[in-house]
Design a protein around this ligand. Structure first.
Ligand code: PHE
Length: 378
């Protein structure tokens, strides 16, 4: 499927180029493109990320901007669809002539658009795509979060050590690079440590009936079920599992992170656990200060997506200050040199693969609320 974008990409660029002729650019602004899902089944991902980025950008601009220039964010909704992500980024680069791109959340969407950024030498920072392949697209592609080999290991270890699990079943999303990869990394670690996988099943994002997979799964009596998907399907899976009398914990990764998860899954999610990037319950003064500012602006507690968006914008601003010029190559070099940036989600340094190496937190769900359990360092 990805191959189609390589053909579609150049055609879209040409189209957008024609439209862009005559666009006036303000020399006192640095143009940042952002693409994300503001509508569709992953809408809370894009909305939270947008809010986190906006908080950071407003703060930076209020304190004088970057070497006398103001940051301007141009945001495009990709509806959570890979094809639309490619269209969005093409528009941002050719029509809006952005100098750098922030996004996406979902790994499959970052993978759809990253080749376009790489090809045009426009640096891209994903706040939260965790599949390893994302930054492997090329030397213009970065992220400020940990990657899934680590996250899979964290949850496999948690299942075995904290929940004494010896057997696990998997239920993964076939169409999601994130879900497929994270399941593989979990399985690898779980087996290495002596556990066994009794069943490995799949679904496709958008499915609403998981009863046949769950009925098969019930017969295998696993100690835990690993469901590395996104919140919309996970909520439904939890509900239907309980309806079928399956009582064991469901475990997942950062894709569970959404207040909508609880609206969909309700009490069915009690005693379930997931790994993610940050806990709003932290008593770190940096987190407290950030949560207070976010609450004042948006009236809610920031989730991990918002916080990674905030940190991605912060890393970018700091790199822009250091960059030799605002050419793509110089911005790229400055981002690559990021060392010990003090983010709300932890200290951020770019390694040789343009990934950040950071700790993960595990949260437990109880009565429609996720609470902090533990932090795991890489
Ligand atoms: N890590 C997920 C992916 O790569 C995206 C995600 C990050 C979702 C953080 C929720 C919270 O697809």
């Amino acid at each position: 499927m990805r191959q189609r974008f390589w053909i579609l990409g150049p055609a879209l660029f040409l189209m957008a180029l024609v439209i862009s002729c005559g666009t006036k650019l303000n020399p006192n602004e640095i143009r940042i493109g952002e693409y994300g899902a503001l509508t569709g089944a992953q809408a809370t991902f894009g909305i939270s990320t947008r809010d986190g980025i906006q908080l950071a950008v407003d703060e930076i601009n209020a304190s004088g901007g970057i070497n006398g220039k103001t940051l301007k964010v141009i945001l495009v909704d990709d509806q959570g669809k890979p094809e639309q992500a490619a269209v969005a980024v093409t528009k941002l680069i050719t029509q809006d002539q952005v100098q750098v791109v922030l996004g996406e959340v979902a790994s499959s969407l970052s993978l759809a658009a990253a080749p376009l950024c790489q090809e045009r030498k426009v640096p891209m920072i994903s706040p939260s795509s965790t599949n390893p392949k994302v930054t492997q697209v090329g030397d213009y592609i970065f992220r400020v979060c940990f990657i899934d080999p680590f996250q899979g290991q964290v949850m496999a270890d948690f299942a075995m050590q904290q929940l004494s699990a010896k057997t696990a079943a998997i239920l993964r999303d076939q169409k999601s690079d994130y879900s497929m990869g994270l399941a593989d990394f979990f399985i690898k670690r779980f087996k290495e440590k002596g556990g066994s996988i009794v069943l490995d099943q799949s679904y496709v994002a958008g499915d609403v009936d998981f009863k046949s997979q769950l009925a098969t799964l019930r017969g295998k009596t696993p100690d835990v079920i690993f469901v590395p998907g996104y919140y919309t399907e996970v909520g439904l899976i939890a509900k239907q599992a309980r309806e079928l009398g399956i009582k064991v914990p469901l475990l997942g990764g950062d894709g569970w992170e959404s207040s909508k998860l609880f609206e969909i899954g309700g009490k069915a999610l009690n005693e379930c656990y997931f790994s993610t990037h940050y806990s709003s319950e932290s008593t770190d003064p940096k987190v407290l200060d950030y949560v207070k500012k976010y609450r004042a602006k948006f009236g809610s507690v920031p989730d991990g997506l918002a916080t990674l968006g905030y940190d991605a914008a912060g890393v970018l601003a700091e790199a822009l200050k250091r960059a030799k010029s605002l050419s793509g190559a110089d911005i790229r070099d400055a981002i690559a040199q990021t060392k010990s940036y003090a983010g709300v989600t932890g200290s951020i340094s770019m390694n040789a693969n343009r990934d950040a190496v950071k700790s993960a937190v595990v949260l437990k769900i109880e009565n429609e609320k996720a609470s902090y359990v533990t932090t795991v360092n890489p």
